[in-house]
Design a protein around this ligand. Structure first.
Ligand SMILES: Cc1cc2nc3c(=O)[nH]c(=O)nc-3n(C[C@H](O)[C@H](O)[C@H](O)COP(=O)(O)O)c2cc1C
Length: 204
């Protein structure tokens, strides 16, 4: 189903939850036969903030070999999945900084018709997950990308807390998930690829 699709998964994670979400999406995407890249956006926080949180420091060390996102990844892929933690109900500055470097691609129309969806995590069940995903999608609307939100297109979405905008998980301080959202992530990844494949064929 996805053999004709190139997917880039862009994530930011301080303590590992969004890395885990991104990895689950990567696994599902590979099952479709799609060509998949998993990339992290650069860390921007000062050393003292990172060193003050052992989980943050450990996660950065654990993922030091994950390739760093580039504008070429945006141009290369037909479809994107974004995964970011909720920060005061919105997108972390690390991801925003990456998005704010896309003006050159945008002005050449290179981001139009890319198929995208997004995921997030937060500490509280109503901590701003939906808002974060919608804020992320605002940029994608400006790109002329096609947002392939999961809606309620699969049973797994209900078991994952029922966020139709994109999979979200509530995670405690230790990173334990309050809901098992793996099936919803996998459905979302496959659906993003399925829509991307249809768009790509339709545009040819
Ligand atoms: C600066 C900051 C702001 C945050 N804002 C929220 C928030 O508005 N609502 C919420 O429920 N959790 C909030 N959190 C918690 C994170 O969303 C949560 O720890 C996230 O799941 C971590 O993801 P990660 O492990 O991928 O970094 C915040 C955390 C930080 C450090």
């Amino acid at each position: 189903m996805g053999k004709d699709v190139k997917l880039a998964i862009f994530y930011y994670s301080s303590t590992g939850t969004n890395y885990k979400l991104a990895k689950a999406a990567e696994e599902a995407a590979k099952e479709t036969g799609a060509e998949v890249k998993l990339v992290k956006v650069p860390e921007l926080a000062p050393e003292e903030a990172i060193n003050g949180n052992p989980a943050w420091k450990a996660h950065l060390e654990e993922t030091k070999d994950v390739p760093t996102a580039s504008l070429d990844d945006l141009e290369w892929a037909d479809a994107y999945i974004f995964s970011v933690p909720t920060r005061y109900g919105t997108v972390p500055s690390q991801m925003k900084q990456f998005l704010d470097t896309t003006g050159g691609l945008w002005s050449k129309g290179k981001l139009a018709n890319k198929v995208v969806s997004a995921m997030t995590s937060a500490s509280n069940p109503h901590g701003g997950q939906e808002q974060t995903i919608l804020n992320l999608y605002t940029t994608m609307f400006h790109w002329g990308a096609i947002v392939a939100a999961p809606g309620y297109t699969d049973e797994s979405i209900f078991a994952a807390g029922g966020n139709p905008y994109g999979t979200s998980v509530t995670a405690d301080q230790e990173g334990n998930w309050k809901e098992d959202v793996t099936a919803a992530v996998k459905h979302q990844a496959k659906r993003t690829i399925q829509v991307a494949s249809a768009v790509k064929k339709g545009m040819q």
